[in-house]
Design a protein around this ligand. Structure first.
Ligand code: ADP
Ligand code: ZN
Length: 477
């Protein structure tokens, strides 16, 4: 071989070596970063840190004893679940509960999230699962927590039997690991999802996640407990807990925690040494409606918004008098709204046909008022959010609750089972919304004078409350 050939050959070898190692190195890096499993040592959380959710807590309490004394159960040949699936809306405390389980049992807590497994290099997902279980096994007993398990164990789409290979490998690794550890090892796998309907059935079979516990949005009593729990941790006085529990209907635990935290920040900003009812009210408005931007001077915008909100407000008092108006504002907010009408939320009551229709009326009234007072050509994009909500409600009315007159049908099931597109819903939804639009138009036209007065008051004052509003309505109708 000539010298130059040797040099060329060495060059090629170095070149290949670099390409190979560069890839290997970045893959290795990826493995390392992906294997950062959250390990909290022994969790210090207890079930006292979780408010409400009594049934779920009861169910998990049984497992505490199992983790502590697994032999007691195996001696009697009692099969305890290896996997527990907590399902329910985001922020309802599923992670918190898994941590509390580890804390009560006094064992380490290992956590990963299913979403971290999406789009990883081939083989990494399954490797990471094995890594997780290996680490957990080393500490003897433990609680292994897998958040967002739906990202790994998604049902294969209809017709697509193969699914994604990598997703399958990750899921299979999980199932293998779960059947691999002994029943009396004192290890429990807790998974969480807010989409149980999308989970692959393989995950739910016996010996896998065969205990499923629903974690629901807190009811009024649970909301009171959550409010008390977080107020206790901060200094507070003059907070009407009962009223706040009413105002926070449909809030998750996380939303309530956030609200109280915002109130505490407001208190600090005002140099107050405790949280009061007024800090809570301010935080409530900021959380729900967005922070009001004080510096606005667009008169045209304010006029349009005033008519728009006057429409919502009047129709709300007219059709849903039981919902109190908390505040009407035409000051733009940080959430991008030009203004807002905030009323007390509906208590958890029976959903009636009348109620849904009335709600749709109130939502449409903003746009209708713009049209009636400013002309069809001058309607604005300010109704975008209202339109979204009305459309969702109309779809539920027609397709989910079967409330339109011609059909007693759940269209989702119809379309799933028969594999047909949902076109027939569209015309029913359109018909319903235009019917309601006409109803609202009639109400607004018949009460034009009153609504005009409300709008003028808003232009003048920017913010109004229920008392002034009701005085005005009484005077003019
Ligand atoms: P999830 O896992 O269901 O999405 P998290 O457990 O992450 O919800 O909840 C987020 C936060 O919300 C918790 O850290 C806690 O501060 C608060 N939280 C939620 N539910 C509750 C509850 N039932 N009791 C006390 N705090 C709660
Ligand atoms: Zn509106």
């Amino acid at each position: 071989m000539e010298t130059y050939q040797v040099i060329a050959l060495i060059g090629v070898i170095i070149f290949i070596y670099f390409i190979f190692f560069k890839n290997k190195n970045s893959a290795q890096k990826e493995i390392n970063s992906l294997s950062e499993i959250e390990y909290t040592g022994s969790s210090t959380m207890t079930f006292d840190d979780v408010a409400g959710n009594h049934e779920a807590k009861q169910s998990l309490l049984e497992l505490v004893d199992f983790i502590k004394n697994p032999q007691k159960y195996s001696k009697f040949n009692v099969r305890m679940p290896k996997g527990i699936l907590l399902y329910g809306e985001p922020g309802t405390g599923k992670t918190l509960m898994a941590k509390a389980l580890a804390g009560e049992a006094g064992v380490p807590f290992y956590a990963v999230s299913g979403s971290d497994f999406v789009q990883v290099y081939a083989g990494l997902g399954s490797g990471r699962i094995r890594n997780l279980f290996r680490k957990a096994k080393k500490s003897g007993k433990s609680v292994i927590f897998i958040d967002e398990i739906d990202a790994i164990g998604k049902k294969r789409a209809a017709g697509n039997i193969k699914g994604s290979d990598e997703g399958d490998r990750t899921l299979n690794a999980l199932l293998t690991e779960m059947s691999g550890f002994a029943e009396d090892s004192g290890t429990v796998v807790v998974a969480a999802t807010n989409r149980i309907d999308t989970l692959d059935e393989a995950l739910l079979r016996p010996g896998r996640f065969d205990r499923q516990i629903e974690i629901m949005l807190p009811d009024k009593n649970a909301r009171k407990e959550i409010i008390q729990l977080y107020l206790k941790k901060k200094k507070a006085e003059d907070v009407d807990i009962d009223e706040l529990a009413d105002l926070t209907v449909y809030f998750s635990g996380a939303m309530i925690e956030n609200l109280i935290n915002e109130a505490a920040l407001t208190a600090i900003r005002e140099n107050s040494d405790r949280i009061t009812g007024s800090h809570i009210k301010k935080a409530y408005l900021d959380v729900l409606a967005g922070v009001e931007k004080k510096d606005f001077d667009n008169e045209r915008q304010k006029t349009v918004t005033s008519y728009h909100e006057a429409g919502h407000t009047f129709v709300s008092r007219h059709l849903l008098p039981e919902n109190k108006i908390i505040r009407v504002s035409v000051i733009p907010t940080s959430k991008g709204a030009g203004g807002y009408t905030l009323s007390t939320p509906e208590a958890e009551e029976v959903i009636t046909k009348k109620k849904i229709r009335n709600h749709m009326c109130v939502l449409m009234a903003g746009r209708v008022a713009e049209e009636v007072f400013l002309g069809r050509e001058n309607i604005t994009a300010g109704a975008q959010n209202d339109i979204e909500k009305v459309t969702s409600l109309a779809i539920e009315y027609v397709a989910k609750y079967g409330m339109n007159d011609e059909a007693f049908i759940n269209y989702q099931i119809l379309s799933d089972k028969l594999r047909i597109p949902l076109t027939s819903v569209e015309s029913s939804v359109k018909k319903l919304t235009s019917e309601i639009y006409e109803e609202v138009k009639k109400i607004v036209e018949e009460n034009k004078e009153t609504i005009e007065k409300i709008a003028r008051l808003l232009i003048d004052r920017e913010v109004i409350y229920q008392d002034e509003l009701d005085d005005l309505i009484q005077k003019y109708s």
